[in-house]
Write a protein that binds this ligand. Sequence first.
Ligand SMILES: *Cc1c(COP(=O)(O)O)cnc(C)c1O
Length: 415
Amino acid sequence: MFEANSDNLKLPGSYLFSTVAKKTRAYQSEHPDAQLIRMGIGDVTQPLPPAVIEALHKAVDEQANGATFRGYAPDLGYDFLRAAIAQNDYRARGCDIADDEIFVSDGAKSDSGNIQEIFEKDNVIAVCDPVYPVYVDSNVMAGRTGEYDKETGRWSNVIYMPCTEENGFAPDLPGTGKTKEVSGDRKPDLIYICSPNNPTGAALTKAQLQKWVDYANANGAVIIFDSAYESYITEEDVPHTIYECEGARTCAIEIRSFSKNAGFTGLRLGATIIPKDLKDHNGNALYGLWARRHGTKYNGAPYIVQRAGEAIYSDAGKAQVKEMVSRYMSNAKFIKESLQSMGYTAYGGVNSPYIWLKTPNGMTSWEFFDYLLDKANVIGTPGSGFGPSGEHFFRLTSFGTVENSRIAMDRIRAL
Ligand SMILES: *Cc1c(COP(=O)(O)O)cnc(C)c1O
């Protein structure tokens, strides 16, 4: 008789954003006239840049001609896109990354969920707390996380690195007494870092990230660096890629996305970078393992989408992406400053589209969610959904329209 995978069954029944959607639907059906403003979503709202649309049309037209028609894409990505990424995102920043160290994919969510497959099951993971839920959940599915403790909201085999007001939302190194260690004080093997972070909006400086690279090299750990919000960085000393740090080629995998910078959330395109120097302590290169995994389980991002991705690196594409990101960022600034002027404590919004807000009067994250939904008809995301250290915080995004953000702030001010 068949049996469902017991590791998958350990996961809590519903994903954070499904719970938010369910509560929102219930409220709307009870209050059909309420004009809800959604500031919880992590999805873009501006249309695709013109350079991308043009590239899509051209690539589609090529499919009508036998000479230019394309079937299966190469499973690791077309050379034209791998070269564009390596050149523009890495070598132009002085990082030594070769074209063939870029693995093109359909996005950062699937890569960040799948990457754990190339590591032994008994590897210990460390995650920032709070953080994007995919890292822990995908390791739960792989049977790597131990048991869930409902009291603390933590898995027994996961090292949680609290990112709080006290440490400026920058994780402390394991072994410093500030992280929640797994029993027996095991050191992490896989360290997930997302900078700029979702949900806190905090970004590590180059000096801070360098400490992690040094730690990983000294302790035989791998850093899985999620750079989904790289294009939102406005501060000089914040690195755009982990390979700006010395020694990262021997300890870091980077996961990139075209979603939040160029609006590809619906088109789907991403890339994972694995330097050939990255080897485990037996000398096994992760590069070959990921290539093998990709070749077996994945058939390549669509040609037309890869051409669209290439277009963001043209001069026009670069200018249009920059313009789009800066619109979200001026919205972020407006939201943050409005909240601060009302007396809220608000973080983020400087190198990321996320505002990380402290709930007022000691409300829990979910209490504040209900309060804001009911009294202001504004929807955000409860911080506790991103990890236990997110309790008493709330995430608002600047992905909405300027007009809606203005109305939302007026309503919150009137509370
Ligand atoms: C949105 C997001 C992603 C997802 O990117 P896709 O390329 O759309 O799959 C990855 N990581 C973080 C931290 C995100 O917030």
